[in-house]
Design a protein around this ligand. Structure first.
Ligand SMILES: *[C@@H]1O[C@H](CO)[C@@H](O)[C@H](O)[C@H]1NC(C)=O
Ligand SMILES: *[C@@H]1O[C@H](CO)[C@@H](O)[C@H](O)[C@H]1NC(C)=O
Ligand SMILES: *[C@@H]1O[C@H](CO)[C@@H](O)[C@H](O)[C@H]1NC(C)=O
Length: 609
């Protein structure tokens, strides 16, 4: 080194005639190297999520608070039916990462960005309006009454809208609002309820899910402390003879620990939708008891999956009392069952692929629903779309497709696309797209631009060309007791013509956008947003609409704003118009109430993220 350096030194400085030239050459070379280095490592502007993190977490909370413990210490209850001594431990995430979920988005053109940001601002503005009204007229109530300017409790009175909205406020960068809401959370008493029975499903998805996600995003300890209080109450729902969960927790019996009685039948989504939240709670606390509680229940579903009359699918009603998930003849992916299925691939994501039961459950239900529940409807434009209907199996074992679908079922397109990516089954992403287009089609077809809560269409015959036949449509619809002459072509009923601020259609559109990057989905999202924002608008915010099948200057509305409007619907709209790194699906898995939970790093201890 020294000799080389000396050589250069001598060459440059001790040969006066050459010096000027050499200095210039060296300078040019250095300038060139610096330019190359700059372009290789130039500081890129921080991503959306980094900026948001800084904005939301810099300095102390804007609303100081003190944690008030719930009046019952749920962690101290002595159970009549405790868990076995040896608890099942969380499996360690696989060493190899699961396949990538999100599309690799390229650079956005300035025009595209301008349009997107304008749309996003519109969503944010509406959300602020709804939140402000909740704050003013229904603070700490479960829901806002958007017409009568009041509030109502329907989920134990623990401020459902407030807890459900926390992560939406965070994602939208509403720092002041978020900090104020966190301070309110610190005072919630999960030891008392406005009703003697606490619904385990709603409590789990809205409250526990809301607290866990807000904690995952913000790291505010008080949110995890409250999540543990509530998680321990839900955990008390497993204080039963066979350690299967109840559907409704009797609060007094839970306080006494005297044991709960499992209902003889429940909708399958009720037990099936406890898995993600309780697993996340175990991951975050390092206490395996919550995960242990759900894992034997998952076994009941796993062992039963191929034993039903439609192997792969579970009947709408199951008996956790008898541990029987196979008896029953009605099948749907809609209400009563929906999130049971949704959570199979999501558990696969949350566990980092470490439990082979979940991919098996996922493949099983996907194959069976393609075969037995999905149909292509006969529509005027012969669009290649899919609808998810219901199936009944009669005494003779013959399957009857009931071509009825509901808004709740619209989540399934997104779930197919997500599962398709996670399991490396790309053809399922296309099935997800056709299912999602089915819901987008329904939105577009009605004069208000909104899809009714429940409707019927006419299935095309399988594996035959599917041509629009108007005479057939006329005959079919007139057979229906719910016949209404004004319905758009292709629809035979709108059995429940309301739109109650539901998220499932935009949820799937959001997944399709993030997974495929096709602009078709952002356009669909914008059309839906315009229709929904306008149709549900009230002075205070948004209200459910009673009939979306008739366009009127002022649609008849219901005096109710569900907590999932801010928690889910507006969040999905917002994310559909956000840079794709905000709540990336490769980093988070969203519960059925749109609450994002951090996914584990491959190979890392599950609790230590
Ligand atoms: C609140 O509960 C926590 C956890 O059980 C406990 O450590 C703390 O002492 C309690 N605080 C009060 C004021 O009781
Ligand atoms: C729950 O609240 C009700 C009404 O506010 C009250 O009468 C009752 O004593 C409370 N129960 C507990 C366990 O704090
Ligand atoms: C159920 O059936 C499918 C398809 O035949 C199979 O791949 C899967 O392993 C079965 N599941 C169980 C639990 O036996």
């Amino acid at each position: 080194m020294t000799s080389l350096f000396q050589q250069i030194w001598r060459t440059v400085w001790f040969r006066p005639r050459l010096t000027a030239l050499r200095i210039r050459n060296v300078a040019v070379a250095i300038a060139f190297c610096l330019t190359v280095l700059y372009f290789l490592y130039r500081p890129s502007s921080p991503s959306e999520s980094v900026l948001l993190e800084r904005h939301m977490n810099t300095g102390p909370p804007l609303h100081p608070f003190t944690l008030v413990n719930s009046s019952v210490n749920w962690g101290q209850v002595k159970y009549r039916h405790p868990a076995r001594q040896r608890l099942a431990q969380l499996p360690r995430p696989l060493e190899a990462p699961l396949p990538r979920v999100q599309h690799r988005f390229g650079k956005e053109s300035p025009e595209a960005r301008k349009t997107r940001e304008k749309r996003r601002d519109a969503v944010r503005q509406l959300t602020r309006k709804c939140w402000e009204s909740y704050r003013k007229y229904a603070w700490k109530k479960d829901a806002l009454l958007p017409l009568s300017k009041g509030g109502v409790d329907q989920f134990s009175g623990w401020a459902a809208t407030l807890v459900d909205s926390l992560d939406t406020l965070w994602v939208m960068g509403l720092r002041e609002e978020f900090d104020e809401a966190v301070a309110a959370v610190a005072e919630i008493d999960f030891g008392n309820s406005t009703t003697p029975l606490v619904n385990i499903f709603e409590t789990n998805i809205r409250y526990l899910g809301g607290l866990l996600a807000a904690y995952d995003l913000s790291g505010r300890d008080v949110l995890l402390q409250k999540a543990v209080e509530l998680g321990d109450l839900i955990y008390g729902g497993f204080n039963t003879e066979n350690r299967m969960p109840v559907d409704n927790i009797n609060l007094q019996a839970a306080i006494e620990g005297s044991g709960l009685v499992v209902e003889s039948t429940v909708v399958s989504a009720s037990p099936g939708t406890l898995t993600l939240e309780l697993t996340r709670l175990s991951q975050l606390t390092g206490d395996p008891k919550y995960y242990n509680a759900i894992t034997s229940m998952v076994d009941v579903f796993f062992r039963g999956q191929n034993q039903t009359v439609l192997p792969g699918l579970f009947p709408m009603y199951v008996s956790m009392l008898r541990g029987d998930v196979t008896t029953g003849s009605t099948f749907t992916l809609g209400g009563c069952a929906d999130s049971l299925y949704e959570y199979f691939p999501k558990m696969h994501a949350l566990l980092g692929g470490s439990d082979p039961r979940f991919p098996a459950l996922t493949r099983g239900f996907m194959d069976a629903s393609k075969r037995h529940l999905f149909f292509r409807p006969m529509v005027p434009g012969n669009d290649d779309i899919l609808i998810s209907g219901n199936a009944n199996v009669d005494q003779a074992g013959v399957l009857h497709l009931d071509p009825e679908t509901e808004h709740l079922t619209c989540f399934i397109g997104g779930t197919f696309a997500l599962a398709g990516r996670l399991l490396g089954l790309d053809e399922e992403v296309e099935v997800g797209a056709r299912l999602t287009r089915g819901c987008v089609y329904a939105y577009k077809s009605f004069p208000t631009g909104m899809m009714p809560e429940r409707l019927n269409m006419i299935p095309c015959e399988k594996n035959k060309p599917c041509k629009w036949d108007e005479a057939k449509w006329e005959t079919e619809r007139q057979k229906r007791p719910e016949y209404k002459p004004h319905l758009p072509k292709g629809f035979t009923t709108a059995k429940d013509p309301r739109y109650i601020l539901r998220p499932e259609a935009i949820e799937s559109v959001f997944y399709m956008w993030r997974i495929t990057g096709e602009t078709e989905w952002q356009e669909a999202a914008w059309d839906m947003f315009k229709a929904v924002a306008e149709g549900t608008a009230t002075e205070l915010g948004s209200a459910a609409v009673l009939d979306v099948t008739v366009a009127k200057p002022q649609l008849p509305q219901e005096d109710y704003m569900e907590s999932f409007w801010i928690a889910e619907t507006l969040k999905y709209f917002y994310l559909a118009f956000s840079p794709p790194d905000l709540i990336s699906l490769d980093k988070y898995v969203l519960n059925t109430e749109a609450h994002p939970f951090l996914r584990p790093h491959p190979g890392r201890e599950a609790g230590l993220l």
